[in-house]
Write a protein that binds this ligand. Structure first.
Ligand SMILES: [Zn+2]
Length: 193
């Protein structure tokens, strides 16, 4: 019985690089994989893109209404890899879980755990509920501590309000990985309990 994996971390923790490396490892051994990207992630169009310039076309760009089971051809597949999995719908996560359990094809999802408001994305919540293996990919806050959160900046200033989804690098939006203490101090402006 294959597993559903959720490899999560803050912005800039190298999730997509990890995904591309995993894809390469499978293909090097002549194994067929399927890379899925939710359409909500507008960055790179049909491509999976990384900060260091590596990119690759996704096999399936999944819209929120699409049924995973109808879209993915499971024939001869060794693994399913999902980038930006926080943007999946809960029923899509459930379908991926069923695929792992009932067809013995492992599914590896990469994504953020929380939004810039430090709340779970609906896709991440479903993954935290169903994944067999949770693995944190670590990145570091500017203070040197482990970053668990990300603050959203608009024109270089932290914001606490706005739409749940705003893509990094678009409309003057950027993100900064932060530890809990820096998140409270820098984003929320809270320095005392
Ligand atoms: Zn910090």
């Amino acid at each position: 019985m294959a597993k559903l994996y959720f490899r999560y971390g803050a912005m800039n923790c190298g999730k997509t690089i990890h995904l591309l490396q995993t894809a390469h490892n499978y293909e090097e051994n002549g194994l067929k994989i399927c890379i899925i990207k939710p359409s909500v992630d507008l960055k790179g169009g049909k491509n999976i893109v990384t900060r260091i310039g590596l990119k690759r076309k996704a096999d399936i760009v999944l819209t929120p209404k699409m049924n995973v089971r109808e879209k993915v051809d499971l024939n001869g597949l060794a693994c399913i890899l999902v980038d930006e999995a926080q943007f999946l719908q809960p029923d899509q996560v459930e379908d991926l879980w069923k695929i792992a359990k009932l067809t013995d094809i492992p599914v590896i999802c990469y994504g953020l755990r929380t939004t810039f408001k430090s709340k779970c994305f609906i896709g991440s919540k479903a993954l935290l509920e169903l994944a067999d293996e949770l693995e944190e990919l670590v990145t570091i806050c500017s203070c040197g501590s482990k970053a668990k959160f990300q603050g959203r900046k608009v024109n270089g200033k932290f914001v606490t309000d706005g739409a749940e989804v705003a893509i990094d690098g678009m409309n003057d939006v950027t993100y900064e990985p932060l530890c809990g203490k820096c998140y409270l101090e820098k984003v929320m402006g809270i320095r005392e309990v």
